[in-house]
Design a protein around this ligand. Structure first.
Ligand code: CP
Ligand code: NVA
Length: 340
């Protein structure tokens, strides 16, 4: 961004968003600040288009509702055009390497979003396309989700981020958990993880977080205990127990392991914080209104998994604010990298 209104994000022009640890705390927060301004503009009908005539490629090797919708609507709002490339219908991965794809798309597009399994793919796209690349989720990281989550926490916490505490419960070695851990560490927050030891973040992710915490002053606690983890937290956060791309056989084991980490009314109460909020990146398995929800009910007689319907639908739940903030923050990420 090179405009006087956004001097604070000027250093992100031309940059990719591949994982949170590539950004400084100031850079990360400058995108969140920009998202807040863009949200105000959109809501007041005064949005100025900063991406006029830009072409954005959207590569989705995995399913998406929010991320795809956010990139498409954000681009449209800002005057850019998108080309969607889904799991079928292109040569990507089948008979053309990511390196070759990157060099082709870089000749045609001004920016590329990528969602798929491999972090290496998104890194290769960035290295060889020569244009900004935004990671729309890999097995390892989910950085655009983090921008929305931090904006949502800021909206609801009513205090500075370095005084905000959140606890992530569930599968803590998936993309969302990894990203929450390092983002909270980057921003100096009180970060807790409550999960079975088998599902803790890998040593290298824990080390990254601890190193960031030394600089930011973040408090990090990773443990098995639910009560100790959630006590005093401002936000409880969970995600699906089996992520996209994992074998469906994993459900048996995960349900056994993770049922004690379900976010329910008792977990919310155990925070001891009447103002504690519930967060989830979505989609969530909180009732039997989905095909998967019904299959799980038929097999295990459980009508909800990682969060109960009661908590999901309660006033404490800010999940749809999070979802809306995907739009404003993804727009900010594109504007920061490419805006005029
Ligand atoms: N939270 C999130 O990334 O949602 P989608 O999978 O719908 O994009
Ligand atoms: N951990 C989840 C996040 C979905 C947005 C998955 O990868 O399926």
């Amino acid at each position: 961004m090179a405009t006087s209104e956004n001097n604070d994000v000027i250093q992100l022009r031309g940059r990719s968003l591949l994982k949170e640890v590539d950004l400084t705390k100031q850079e990360f927060l400058s995108i969140v600040d920009l998202a807040e301004r863009l949200r105000t503009e959109k809501r007041s009908g005064t949005e100025r288009q900063r991406l006029l005539g830009r072409n954005i490629a959207l590569i989705f090797e995995k399913a998406s509702t929010r991320t795809r919708a956010a990139f498409e609507v954000a681009a449209h709002d800002q005057g850019a055009h998108v080309t969607y490339m889904g799991p079928e219908g292109s040569h990507i991965g089948h008979k053309e390497s990511m390196k070759d794809t990157a060099r082709v798309l870089g000749r045609m597009f001004d920016g590329i979003e990528y969602r798929g399994s491999s972090q290496e793919s998104v890194e290769i796209l960035s290295r060889f396309s020569g244009v900004p690349v935004w990671n729309g989720l890999t097995d390892q990281w989910h950085p655009t989700q983090m921008l929305a989550d931090i904006l949502t926490m800021r909206d609801h916490a009513g205090k500075p981020l370095d005084r905000v505490g959140f606890c992530y419960l569930g599968d803590a070695r998936n993309n969302t958990a990894n990203s929450l851990l390092v983002t909270g560490a980057l921003l100096g927050m009180d970060v807790r993880i409550a999960a079975p030891e088998d599902l803790w973040p890998t040593e290298d992710v824990q080390t990254m977080a601890k190193e960031l915490a030394l600089v930011s002053g973040a408090r990090i606690h990773i443990g098995k205990d639910v009560i100790g983890g959630v006590e005093g937290a401002d936000f409880l956060y969970t995600d699906v127990w089996v992520s996209m791309g994992e074998p469906s056989l994993d459900w048996d084991m995960r349900i056994d392991q993770l049922l004690p980490y379900q976010v329910n009314a008792a977990t919310m109460k155990a925070t001891g914080n009447a103002g504690a909020k519930f967060m989830h990146c979505l989609p969530a398995l909180h009732n039997t209104d989905t095909e998967l929800g019904r299959q799980i009910f038929d097999k295990w007689s459980l009508s909800a998994l990682e969060v109960t319907e009661e908590v999901f639908e309660s006033p404490a739940s800010v999940v749809f604010d999070q979802a809306e903030n995907r739009l404003h923050t993804i727009k900010a990420a594109m504007v920061a990298s490419l805006g005029d």
